[in-house]
Design a protein around this ligand. Structure first.
Ligand SMILES: C[S@@+](CC[C@H](N)C(=O)[O-])C[C@H]1O[C@@H](n2cnc3c(N)ncnc32)[C@H](O)[C@@H]1O
Length: 262
């Protein structure tokens, strides 16, 4: 995750400063009093690549690419569409419904996990894994504390359980058929530059390709489906044994499905 420090906004209150100290201890980073320093100055003084920034009601990570902070992003519109009776390509690919249990192996900014959680509802469960501790912390804090949205979206956010783990290790700890669906949205082998929503995550995100061993484990853990999102035309689908799901004919992204009921 690179060398990082933890600090606060320029005029923190006691709660903000305490949280910054707690997070520094939890994540093994150094807590630094902000004083009046700019991010560039802090980076130089402390030889740090990334800065975990504690604000009054949110966390963010300042990287060389910009600031990574939590926001429901596309989840907001997708949930609005689902409530209006429209479909969602990910939900169709996962084939989940109320009460489903989903293992989302790649939390990232959390938009997909929020949509899965909206569909699974209070009777279901979404566990979302993130390998990078800074991303996991910022997004998990946001899912618990973000408040500027409608109640059904906030409820869906609060229900997502974030685990800071490598899916390769986590899957091994799961019982056979313990989730209805397992989902992967890895960093694309060839990034789509215009998907600027993901740009701040790039310096922190893990870009290692998935392996056949990980997919085999996912097929053991899922009851019905394993799904992967990638670039349309990506060779990853064939390499890892996915069939392309229908829909999104003109889209630059595609969903691959392994149907375990087949
Ligand atoms: C493309 S983003 C996921 C975006 C997400 N679906 C969303 O809606 O925001 C991929 C994320 O998966 C994480 N990741 C990559 N490899 C992983 C692994 N082996 N285990 C857990 N997380 C992983 C990356 O660090 C990155 O944050």
């Amino acid at each position: 995750m690179g060398n990082f420090i933890v600090t606060t906004i320029r005029k923190p209150n006691a709660a903000t400063e305490n949280l910054a100290m707690e997070l520094a201890e939890k994540l093994g980073g150094r807590f630094v009093i902000r004083e009046d320093f700019s991010f560039d100055a802090l980076r130089k003084i402390h030889g740090a690549e990334n800065i975990l920034l504690v604000k009054k009601n949110s966390l963010s990570v300042v990287t060389v690419e910009g600031e990574l902070f939590f926001h429901p992003n596309t989840a907001h519109l997708r949930i609005k569409n689902l409530r209006g009776g429209e479909g969602d390509r990910l939900i169709d690919a996962l084939k989940i419904s109320t009460g489903s249990k989903v293992l989302d192996c790649t939390l990232g900014l959390g938009s997909d996990a929020i949509v899965e959680s909206f569909i699974a509802g209070a009777a279901g469960k979404v566990i979302a894994l993130e390998i990078n501790p800074l991303i996991a912390e910022v997004v998990s804090y946001g899912l618990k504390n973000f408040s500027d949205d409608s109640p059904h979206i906030l409820e869906a956010m609060r229900r997502v359980e974030v685990v800071n783990a490598d899916c390769k290790d986590f899957l091994k700890t799961c019982a056979d058929k313990s989730f209805d669906a397992v989902y992967f949205d890895p960093m694309f082998r060839r990034p789509i530059q215009k998907s600027s929503g993901l740009n701040p995550i790039r310096p922190l995100a893990d870009s290692k390709p998935l392996t056949p061993e990980i997919i085999r484990e996912a097929c053991r853990v899922a009851k019905f489906r394993v799904v992967m999102k990638e670039h349309s035309g990506s060779k990853e689908f064939e390499r890892l044994g996915f069939k392309i799901a229908g829909g999104g004919k003109y889209s630059s992204i595609a969903f691959g499905v392994i149907d375990l009921a087949d």
